[in-house]
Design a protein around this ligand. Sequence first.
Ligand code: FE2
Ligand code: FE2
Length: 258
Amino acid sequence: MIKVAIISDLHQDHWKTKGLVPAYLSYTNSENADVLIIAGDLDSNVDDTCKLADHFFRDYKHVLFTDGNHEHYSGKHTVIEFENLLSINSKAIYLNGNSIVIDDVGFVGCNGWYDWNFTGNGNEIQICKDATYDWTEIKWGGILPPSLTWRHNAMMINEITSLRDHVREIFVFTHTVPHKKGVVPLGHPWYETNGAFYNSIAHKVFDVDNGLIKNWAFGHTHRPSEFVSQGCNFICNPFGYAHESTYAQRYGVVTIEI
Ligand SMILES: [Fe+2]
Ligand SMILES: [Fe+2]
């Protein structure tokens, strides 16, 4: 049995520009979790993302993270170049479609990306591009959603296929939302932009997991949720921005035993 702590969307740079000391920096691992999962959007500066992930070694034996869209915001490098920088510069384990096995549990992580495919409306892609800063802030380098989404899904499927015969279960974490229950509901002002948050093909990994994926942590939406589908417990515990009073801002990580 191992304990896994979950959080996402720390957005350290947002808090710094507000002149606030990020509350999570004072977190202690009160439940003695073995592993901390950070599901993307740590900081918009790649060096600061790595430093922040490494900071948590103070409290956790294993720190695993992946990139969100905000890790790609400086515009200095393409998405693929940033992925390489994250893997080189951090002591914490950056997962980008690869995995690590801890106590017979396979942890698979990646951004996942979104694929502008939720409502199916004819103008959905343009609505999604207009609704977020991603379209202008990210240097895509010729690989855009949905190609990025397909690429990340293929990496996850390969990794899960190679893990499934020698682990007792699999824990997946992505930055983007892998299930329709995780997005904002009909009637919400951002409903039409769910295609910029949701990965519509993420569910395909359940075709190859042999029932081993028991938990899936995600972020990107700053709307916390927890639900069960296909025998898997989905958890979103975002810290979010200063004006968002989230569970994570009040209580910190969510810890589960697996
Ligand atoms: Fe975020
Ligand atoms: Fe995000």
